[in-house]
Design a binder for this molecule. Structure first.
Ligand code: NAD
Length: 336
């Protein structure tokens, strides 16, 4: 039996693919490379370049590789872009997501682990946020993820499709081989490290008048390997015949933007210049997870909860790969 990983050439998908492979799972990757990197997937793994909405392709992959479960990472994930181009997000994340779920269902694959997000909660009514918190997204990206959660719940009732919707908080960190390379980069930790490498001049901090200890936004950073482990545990949970559920993934500890920058100065021993700007619309002051369900249902225990360790692992990867995957893609192309 094999696991179909969609979006396996992306940041979290590539780390999870390696995690599963190291634990003896058969893995097949489907990614259209719109935002991912071919070199992030080991060359010996079965890799299909295509859209998750391509039902024929999905059906063929399921048949050829005897797929029994799917981890669905593939999506667009920029909040700002989703506000400007909602159609792109509803087409890619929802429409293609529906086609994927239907193709899986028709082919008899009824176990799905889905990449959801804390952005489905919207403006927090209480902190920490548990899974019963109201879901009222403030942007089309969050809605696109919530719609897929909703659709999976209906597929569960009608077609027995069992799913775990994993609502990640801020994915961060790296393994020695795989790290975060988004184009453009919008995530705080890689931006801070780019500033330490003088690849960008300074880090822009949006908002210094939030009701937090230093006025900047507070977020919950979770190591990408700890996310990978939670996906493996979610598969075990589904394979054991358990019911569909939604699960938060975070450390339950919030750090402000300025605390992250200070921690990065300590880890890198570099100057990191900062520019303060006004608030961005739609940024809540605090986003911190109550992740007790992940512990109780999955037996999940984050192994790298310390911010310094998270930043240290990212720094190691960024120092070895200052151009991210771009360097390896070019050398691969030259070899080809
Ligand atoms: N990075 C975070 O902090 C974070 C937080 C919450 C949720 N998520 C979710 O986790 C998932 C992975 O995030 P990431 O940071 O690794 O993103 P990423 O952009 O690095 O990876 C996404 C991958 O999906 C592929 N893809 C996109 N649309 C596709 C399609 N229609 N068909 C086939 N492939 C497609 C891209 O090429 C890319 O390789 C996403 O669904 C995202 O919404 C991420």
């Amino acid at each position: 039996m094999a696991i179909l990983v969609t979006g396996g050439a992306g940041y979290i998908g590539s780390v999870t693919t390696e995690w599963l492979r190291a634990r003896g799972e058969q893995v097949v990757v489907l990614d259209n490379l719109s935002r991912g990197h071919r070199v992030a997937v080991a060359p010996e793994l079965p890799f299909y370049e295509g859209n998750v909405g391509n039902s024929e392709l999905v059906t063929r992959i399921v048949r050829e590789h005897d797929v029994d479960a799917c981890i669905h990472f593939a999506a667009f994930a920029y909040v700002g872009e989703s506000v400007i181009q909602p159609a792109l997000y509803y087409e890619n994340n929802v429409e293609q997501g529906i086609r994927l779920l239907s193709a899986l269902n028709m082919a008899g694959v009824r176990r799905v682990v889905f990449s959801s997000t804390c952005a489905t909660y919207g403006e927090p009514q209480r902190i920490p946020i548990d899974e019963s918190h109201q879901q009222l997204p403030t942007n089309p990206y969050g809605w696109s993820k919530l719609f897929v959660e909703r659709i999976m719940a209906d597929y569960d009732r009608a077609y027995d499709l069992r799913f775990v919707a994993l609502r990640y908080f801020n994915a961060s960190g790296a393994t020695p081989e795989r790290g975060e390379h988004h184009e453009p980069e919008t995530h705080l930790i890689p931006l801070v490290l780019k500033a330490a490498q003088v690849e960008i001049e300074r880090v822009t901090v949006f908002g210094s008048d939030y009701p937090t200890t230093d006025g900047t936004c507070v977020r919950d950073y979770i190591h990408v390997s700890d996310l990978a482990a939670a996906h493996a545990l979610s598969l075990e949970y589904l394979r054991a015949g358990n019911a569909s559920t939604a699960i938060n993934l975070g450390n339950g500890q919030g750090y402000s933007v300025l605390e992250v920058i200070e921690a990065a100065r300590q880890v890198t021993e570099k100057e990191i210049a900062v520019e303060m700007q006004g608030r961005r619309p739609g940024d809540p002051s605090h986003l911190v997870a109550d992740a007790s369900r992940a512990r109780s249902l999955l037996g999940w225990q984050p192994q790298q909860p310390e911010l310094a360790a998270i930043i240290g692992s990212a720094w190691e990867w960024h120092s070895k790969h200052p151009q991210g995957y771009a360097e390896s893609s070019q050398s691969n192309r030259r070899r080809a």
